[in-house]
Design a binder for this molecule. Structure first.
Ligand code: SAM
Length: 231
């Protein structure tokens, strides 16, 4: 993967960035996403934010190698602190991190959110707490994608602030739009998850003395939901 050829996962994230956006890519690593989008003429400007020095320097190198320093600002910053008021950001991508980490970045950076930005989120697990944050903060989920690459399933969640929105516990767990669409990929993912839950339950039952009862109940509840979903 590089700024010319994105992974399938980042290619699908790229497809959800609105044309002409001013993008903040937070946790940009090498900066491949904003650089690829700018090279293709699909965005107007970008900020690549990184909290760690090595990926920050890698992103600076990618931007410099493509002579895009005027269009893409690379900033060493924690989360949404990379966004400055004058940037006029219209879309924010947070990709390749755990859903809880993305949620924590959004929560800590609320002061940097104007409210009109489209969020393009690609959590690696932890989708449920991330969707919970979106609901609690008045974000409606506009699009959900599920894709499989290198044997891993990845979700992409696109959301915009809309005012109050209510999702059920099951919708927060499975994804409200994916639950409706029930794509073959989605059903295959949850068949695999059900097998994993049953394995987890079996090992928890063996270690019952040391495992808190509410942990066992939580896994059992999820297994029930998945069974109902697949029925
Ligand atoms: N977004 C790229 C992608 O999807 O391929 C890179 C994903 S990489 C696994 C996660 C990156 O997020 C790392 O480079 C890490 O330094 C950065 N990161 C983690 N927490 C961050 C934070 N609070 N603020 C900015 N960057 C962060």
């Amino acid at each position: 993967m590089n700024e010319h050829t994105l992974s399938l996962r980042l290619e699908r994230v790229a497809a959800n960035v609105p044309a002409g956006a001013r993008l903040a890519d937070i946790g940009s690593d090498h900066g491949y996403l904003p650089v690829a989008l700018m090279r293709r003429g699909l965005i107007t400007a970008a900020v690549a934010g990184e909290v760690a020095a090595t990926p920050f320097h890698a992103a600076r190198r990618t931007v410099r190698d493509n002579a895009l320093e005027q269009q893409i600002s690379v900033r060493l910053a924690d989360g949404l602190a990379a966004i400055e008021p004058g940037d006029g950001i219209t879309a924010i991508s947070l990709c390749g991190m755990g859903g809880e980490t993305i949620r924590d970045i959004l929560e800590a950076g609320r002061a940097h959110l104007g409210g009109g930005e489209r969020l393009i989120l690609q959590p690696n697990g932890g989708e449920q707490p991330l969707r919970q944050w979106l609901m609690d903060n008045g974000y409606r989920i506009l699009t959900e994608e599920l894709l499989r690459e290198n044997r891993f399933y990845y979700e992409i969640i696109v959301a915009e602030r809309s005012g109050p929105v209510i999702y059920t516990d099951e919708e927060l767990y499975f994804g409200p739009l994916q639950m409706q669409a029930r794509s073959p990929q989605f059903l295959a993912k949850w068949q695999r998850m059900l097998r994993q839950k049953h394995k987890t339950l079996a090992s928890l039952e063996q270690a019952l003395q040391s495992v808190p009862e509410d942990k066992v109940q939580e896994v059992a509840r999820q297994a029930r939901w998945i069974t109902q979903l697949l029925a």
